[in-house]
Ligand binder design. Structure first.
Ligand code: SF4
Length: 321
């Protein structure tokens, strides 16, 4: 396919997941209930637009709890926190609301449960990502990170016979499967999670890109550079042989990318709001696109309940279909 820019094809599903929706809602409700400022540990979700919008409403983003004044209201980001951070916040007496995605909490609970049964862990994830710091920080020892297959060959564990594996929720599904296979080859008795830790939103957005990428000339992913799942979407499209770029805002689009291209595939990471997708479409229309259509995809209905003290009604937690 080549020629003049004509079609925009939208991946389905794309954009906000239930964990991101809930995390933003928690900060907004806290601002309404307690007034500004509300302190948030780390970016509530990895998206520049969302963070700037909440800053304008009175949220203050910090990394170090020493920067939070006594008695303040503090929100933990969707990525989760270590036990050390949780204890420090409690000791300092902050009014804490936990916006950790329930699917990350599920991994934390699994780690705590198996640790009590005497297991050590291999964690598959990206070093320095806050979710990995939070999950590894559920234990003070006995959890070992592998980022790729090469790490599996060299990782030094304390006990190979009682070892469980957990993963970051936003990995490439295909990479994680390859790394897990290497873990199982080296540690045949390793215990796997009953349900994979990679979340439904990551899986669905990657599945949608697998359908989208082969049918278009170029893929644009709306997402911030810090967003793990958005980066994975861009990489996936590229691996499938389609030129792909990630943009944080519509102004990041370069007209030269679309030279000789007729069809643009558009998706968004789980932390990117639909308003940015609309703005990108607007810009693509200015560059010559005439039609916009969506590919059919999985409908997501999952919702997570808000924490006590912020929800005025209890929303049911519906498992993804
Ligand atoms: S990407 Fe997955 S784990 Fe992360 S907030 Fe969304 S649903 Fe939760």
């Amino acid at each position: 396919m080549s020629g003049k820019l004509e079609d925009v094809v939208l991946a389905e599903p794309r954009g906000f997941c239930a964990g991101v929706d809930r995390a933003i809602e928690i900060v907004e409700r806290a601002l309404k209930k307690f007034g500004a400022p509300i302190y948030v540990r780390h970016e509530i979700v990895h998206n520049t637009y969302v963070v700037d919008d909440l800053k304008a409403k009175g949220a203050i983003f910090i990394e170090d709890l020493a920067d939070v004044p006594p008695g303040a209201t503090l929100v933990f980001s969707a990525h989760g926190v270590s036990q050390a951070v949780r204890h420090e916040a409690a000791e300092r007496g902050f009014n804490v609301f936990d916006a950790t995605c329930p699917l990350v909490t599920k991994v934390h609970v699994e780690v705590a449960k198996l640790h009590k049964q005497g297991y050590d862990f291999i964690m598959i994830g990206h070093k320095d990502h806050p979710e990995v710091e939070g999950t590894m920080g559920q234990l003070s020892e006995g959890i070992f990170l592998v980022e790729d297959v090469a790490d599996v060959a060299t990782v030094q564990v304390r006990q190979a016979d009682k070892l469980a594996v957990v993963t970051q929720t936003t990995l490439s599904v295909d990479d994680a499967a390859e790394i897990l296979a290497a873990v199982k080859r080296r540690f045949p008795s390793v215990r796997e999670p009953k349900q994979q830790d990679i979340c439904y939103a990551t899986q669905n957005r990657q599945d949608a890109v697998k359908v989208l990428a082969p049918t278009v000339d170029i893929v644009i992913v709306v997402g911030s550079p810090t967003s793990s799942n958005s980066n994975r979407l861009r990489e996936l499209a590229q691996r499938l042989g389609t030129e792909a770029y990630m943009v944080d805002a519509p102004d990041d689009l370069k007209p030269s990318w679309f030279d000789g291209k007729r069809t643009v595939g558009l998706t968004a990471g789980a932390s990117a709001p639909e308003i940015l997708v609309k703005q990108v479409i607007h810009r693509l229309r200015a560059l010559g696109a005439v039609s916009v259509r969506s590919l059919p995809g999985v409908e997501e209905t999952i919702q997570f309940p808000l924490p006590m003290g912020l929800g005025d009604k209890s929303m049911g937690w519906v498992e993804p279909g």
